[in-house]
Design a protein around this ligand. Structure first.
Ligand code: UDP
Length: 403
């Protein structure tokens, strides 16, 4: 598939929105920006960076992407940190502090951070600012659900974050007490990416067939890294309740991210919970399975994202864009995408999910209407063109070129 150009999006969002991007970018012509995160593939951050950087470059901004390297021990620590910042009780030991700081110090010497603006994504590389500070704006972009962080870990991380010139959160409720401006940017999906681009029904059917599926029975689909906060076990429990009365199949689609060492353990638990139930399919897919995920989301009768904590939840956006009704856990950014009775339903429990699944499975006409509204909602709020506009605004603000 050829990489899309900005003009290709005019058909989806209107030419005016593209013209606005070009107008805004004129003041940023030639600006160099480096983005740093901790994985090239897997998870929403990598997904967004991969889609967005070429378009920033098309707009005349020289945007690069650097990936931090770490030992397995470091990624154990950053996963613990990720869990703790999303509210889990995880111990912050001296060894963990040291592993975190050492990896950041080493990467500070290794990464090419020369640019007019430095954007550091998420907690893993956040301490780079301590060791590699350059005299340009440094911005911390936090993608996780930081509404109720574990105190000890936040106290450890906060002094690093405080060194930045600004930070960006996905939801206003995640904003922290920090000595610099905080910006709100909600993520978005690329409607022309292989994961979201239109697919012919026969292509969808071919993918389903490869997994031994067809459309003869309703399909409930959750796509997520195998992560406790995505609550795949809760989805299985809810499905068992549904299955007592209604016919359906459940597909749990996941994979791993390079910076997520817990995935294998969660996957084992999911497999155990699904064992012996022929109606539950657990798929562990390689990270480049975009067309497969696209097809499974399109074929879903209902898309589920029963997260207990969620930074934003791109899988929700992806499901809505495919015209599917989405049932989401009332967490993080899911609540701005799933609007009760309009684009889907928010749930707070296993029982709540089971109830809303049965509700939708038994009202196919309503499910279609909700799905159609969801797609339009995404078109207006959660496509990459809006995200680019927010980024341009941010860059104009931190470089003061907007004045
Ligand atoms: N994803 C994927 N393969 C998987 C699981 C997830 O490609 O096995 C994609 C998913 O389609 C979405 C992104 O990874 O684009 C996950 O983003 P989200 O914001 O939902 O969650 P995160 O993983 O960032 O917590």
């Amino acid at each position: 598939m050829k990489a899309p150009r900005l003009a290709d999006y005019a058909e989806i969002v209107g030419a005016e929105r593209i013209a606005v991007l070009h107008r805004m970018a004129r003041r940023l012509e030639g600006l160099s920006v480096v983005m740093i995160n901790s994985t090239r593939v897997g998870g929403g951050v990598a997904e967004i960076l991969a889609r967005q950087l070429p378009l920033l470059n098309e707009l005349g901004i020289r945007a690069r992407w650097e990936v931090m390297e770490g030992t397995p021990e470091f990624f154990d620590v950053t996963k613990a940190m990720h869990n703790a910042l999303q509210g889990s009780a995880v111990e912050l030991t001296p060894a963990r502090r040291d592993a975190y700081i050492d990896a950041n110090r080493r990467n500070a010497g290794r990464l090419d951070l020369a640019a007019d603006v430095v954007i550091v994504h998420d907690p893993q590389p956040a301490a780079l600012v301590e060791f590699a500070r350059t005299p340009v704006p440094w911005v911390w972009r936090c993608h996780i659900d930081a509404a109720r962080p574990n105190r000890a870990w936040w106290s450890f991380l906060r002094p690093f974050v405080a060194l930045y010139d600004a930070s960006i959160f996905s939801m206003a409720s995640f904003a922290r007490n920090l000595p610099h401006p905080q910006y709100l940017i909600q993520p978005a999906i690329d409607p022309l990416a292989p994961k979201n681009a239109p697919m012919e029904p026969h292509e969808v059917d071919a993918v389903l067939a490869r997994f031994g599926l067809d459309r003869s029975r309703p399909l409930i689909v959750q796509v997520s890294r195998f992560d406790r906060f995505k609550d795949p076990l809760g989805v299985i429990d809810a499905f068992r309740l549904v299955r007592r009365r209604d016919d359906a199949r459940l597909v749990l689609v996941g994979g791993s991210a390079d910076d997520d060492p817990e995935g294998a353990e969660v996957l084992r638990q999911v497999r155990r919970a699904a064992e012996g139930n022929p109606d539950i399919l657990v798929l562990d897919l390689p990270p480049d399975s975009h067309r497969e995920i696209n097809a499974l989301q399109r074929a879903a009768t209902v898309v589920v994202q029963k997260s207990l904590r969620e930074g934003f939840g791109l899988t929700v956006t992806e499901g809505l864009w495919k015209g599917r009704p989405v049932i989401g856990g009332a967490a993080g950014g899911i609540v701005v995408q799933v609007i009760d009775h309009q684009t889907g339903f928010l749930v707070h429990s296993v029982e709540g999910l089971a109830y809303r699944l049965r509700y939708l499975l038994n009202r196919p006409q309503l499910a279609e209407e909700i799905g159609t509204r969801g797609r339009e909602f995404v078109r207006h709020h959660f496509l990459l063109t809006r995200h680019l506009r927010d980024w341009l605004t941010l860059l104009l603000a931190v470089t003061r070129r907007g004045a």
